[in-house]
Ligand binder design. Structure first.
Ligand SMILES: [Zn+2]
Length: 160
């Protein structure tokens, strides 16, 4: 297999010159394109194997300073969630939206905002996959993006 660039993707007037800028550095590995899946960054304790979604000095399980940086996968399952209905001043995301706790396939839990789903359709146990969404743009017109999760499967409304 050879990777070929399609001319159509680089047509004039396309926004390919604009960069993807993370909302916060060090939270996830930026995919190559807007359609790519961001991978969340975290840590793993080399002494006991416990994993963490945030940066820390010592392992919260065994208290050793033996933490290495790891990159988690892109899929997981909703373990709990809450719906935000009030629009907060200065918030980059428009209410209503759902904040969910997602247990990644690696076993570590992360807090995230769900995308591409209505609050009423969210269910505990739902499989989700990471995605990139633009939340604003910077002074240069670059897309400022953040990692979100969306349903892994297209849902069809079976029930009437
Ligand atoms: Zn440990």
């Amino acid at each position: 297999m050879t990777a070929t660039r399609t001319p159509a993707a680089r047509s004039k007037g396309a926004t390919s010159a604009l960069r993807l800028v993370p909302l916060r550095e060090g939270m996830f590995k930026m995919p190559r394109s807007m359609n790519g899946k961001p991978r969340l960054l975290g840590q793993r304790c080399t002494s006991c194997g416990e994993q963490f979604s945030n940066q820390r000095e010592f392992c919260a399980n065994c208290c050793q300073p033996t933490l290495e940086n790891v990159m988690f996968g892109t899929t997981g399952e909703i373990t709990t969630y809450t719906t935000v209905r009030q629009q907060l001043p200065g918030a980059l995301i428009e209410a209503p939206y759902v904040i969910a706790r997602v247990r990644l396939d690696e076993g570590v839990s992360v807090q995230t905002i769900l995308s591409e789903i209505e609050p009423d359709d969210v269910e505990i146990g739902m499989k989700v996959v990471s995605c990139l969404k633009q939340v604003t743009e910077d002074d240069s017109g670059n897309a400022v993006v953040n990692s979100f999760f969306k349903p892994a499967n297209k849902r069809r409304r079976a029930r009437a």
